[in-house]
Design a protein around this ligand. Structure first.
Ligand code: N2P
Length: 340
């Protein structure tokens, strides 16, 4: 009898899992990265519910994945975090047969340093970090990161709540690389950030929110979020400071712990259809990596330099790199800054 019960239970489990595979997809993404239209398009076509949770930084995403109990099928690490997650064996090798639309990805975004054969990651969006500001209040228009140290904006601006990006601003201001592994350069950056802290209203990665509401007049902000807030408040402008900045590629990956891997691949393939992919740009205001999608994007976005900057502008920016054993030094600076 015991044997019978156990087999029945097992059979029920197998059937259950099979069904489960088709019913729900759990996505862990950056804020405002997966729009309702994209979600419902997939839900209607495939009959699978899409549930989206959000994270605010790559470090938060990593911590969640390391805890091993996420239940997520899709995650969206940025470039350098993909490299870290591959090393830590947190990502599934993708089955390209299930993702034929991979062919739509522009060669410009394939084979990057963090995953040279795109075995684990599919590029989703790309963008830059810069300063978004209300041009009716912040005058003259800023052209340097140093405006974020200007007493005139005491507690009127926000910084990204992001270890590498925010330390990166201080490094750039000092003329250093955002990927420095020189302890003295990092210490100098820490000192600048400690000086700045009393001026900062808040550290927040969803910078568009404070800008749109008028809660802040200026933000260290990612490009798409700056454009999004400009839609809500037309006086918002975005500038890339003369000292240079970071550019990122955010990706789509499947974590080792994903309960619905096949569905996850189906979702990725759906996102890579040009007409669906265009909706990603429409909603997020970030450029995507699918060439043809540009044809389906509305005119104003298609020719927007903040979404499609020219090739020579892009080469001036730095990508964040995985700094290996040096990474804990950045984490310590960040913890110290936040604790002060
Ligand atoms: C979108 C956040 C952009 C992510 N809200 C930057 N890697």
């Amino acid at each position: 009898l015991k044997w019978l019960l156990r087999s029945l239970l097992l059979a029920a489990l197998i059937v259950g899992c099979g069904r489960e595979e088709q019913k729900q997809l759990n996505v862990f993404a950056w804020a405002k990265y997966v729009g309702d239209e994209i979600k419902s398009g997939f839900e209607d076509e495939f009959g699978i519910r899409v549930v989206v949770d959000t994270f605010a930084s790559n470090e938060d995403l990593l911590t969640k994945m390391q805890s091993g109990v996420s239940g997520y099928d899709i995650i969206m690490p940025s470039d350098f975090m993909v490299a870290i997650m591959i090393k830590e064996n947190l990502l599934v090798a993708l089955d390209r047969q299930n993702i034929p639309n991979f062919k739509n990805i522009s060669p410009q975004f394939r084979g990057k340093y963090f995953d040279p054969e795109n075995r684990y990651s599919i590029p989703y969006t790309w963008g830059t970090a810069g300063i978004a500001y209300d041009s009716s209040i912040v005058t003259p228009p800023p052209d340097s990161w140093s405006v974020l140290w200007d007493e005139a904006y005491h507690r009127k601006f926000s910084m990204l709540d992001d270890t590498r990006e925010t330390i990166g601003v201080a490094l750039k201001l000092l003329g250093y690389s955002v990927n420095t592994v020189d302890p003295q350069e990092l210490t100098a950056a820490k000192e600048r950030l400690l000086e700045q802290k009393s001026l900062v209203k808040l550290y927040k990665s969803e910078a568009d929110e404070g800008l749109s509401s008028g809660d802040v007049v200026m933000s260290h902000c990612w490009s798409g979020d700056a454009l999004r807030s400009a839609t809500a408040r037309s006086s918002i402008k975005y500038v890339i400071p003369k000292e240079g900045t970071t550019q990122f590629i955010d990706t789509i990956c499947i974590p080792q712990s994903a309960p619905h891997k096949a569905t996850a691949e189906q979702f990725i393939n759906y996102l890579l259809r040009p007409e669906i992919n265009a909706k990603i740009t429409e909603f997020t205001k970030y450029g995507t990596c699918v060439v043809e999608a540009r044809n389906y994007v509305s005119e104003d976005l298609r020719n927007h330099p903040g979404i499609y900057p020219s090739e020579n502008i892009l080469s001036k920016f730095e990508s964040l790199m995985d700094l290996g054993d040096f990474t804990p030094n950045y984490d310590r600076v960040w913890t110290e800054l936040k604790a002060k």
